[in-house]
Design a protein around this ligand. Structure first.
Ligand code: HEC
Length: 126
């Protein structure tokens, strides 16, 4: 009985590993576009107007706090921008901004913002 259970555990573990390998392969494909923080620095001029001002709040369409981007996780930033671009995440101004960005722009910008720390030189904060 114990051997029988043991065999199933091994098979289950193997299929988990196989699934993991398949997922990693897909991730590697999606990550073909590597973000370049230096290139990203030149692409954030239009973001700073809203995201770089401490405690800034947009007045339209409603009073809304603008999230801080510096130091945010790179994948999180990329996912957020893709979601705005596709319309999965709704926010009019961010949709307008995101549709103007290529996948490479998004990767570069995410690399740039995720590399910022409070001690970064010229940190657009954030
Ligand atoms: C007109 C003002 C404005 C501009 C310009 C702007 N943003 Fe935003 N952004 C916002 C607001 C407001 C939100 C919050 C919207 C929401 O809650 O979904 C936001 C949200 C985001 C988020 C999601 C953050 C989170 O914590 O989930 C990211 C990422 C982002 N912006 C990146 C950018 C980048 C990159 C640029 C420049 C290419 C940019 N934004 C330009 C106002 C702006």
């Amino acid at each position: 009985m114990n051997r029988f259970v043991g065999k199933h555990v091994v098979i289950a573990a193997m299929s988990v590993l196989a699934g993991f390998a398949a997922t990693s392969a897909a991730t590697v494909q999606a990550a073909d576009i590597a973000g370049n923080a230096k290139a990203g620095q030149g692409k954030v001029a239009m973001c700073i107007g809203c995201h770089g001002i401490p405690d800034y709040r947009t007045a339209y369409p409603e009073v809304y706090r603008v999230p801080m981007l510096g130091g945010q996780n790179q994948t999180y930033l990329e996912n957020a921008l893709h979601a705005y671009k596709k319309g999965d995440r709704h926010f009019d101004t961010m949709h307008a901004v995101a549709v103007s960005l290529s996948d490479q722009d998004i990767a570069d910008i995410a690399a740039y913002y995720s590399a910022q720390t409070s001690s970064s030189k010229n940190n657009p904060d954030k």
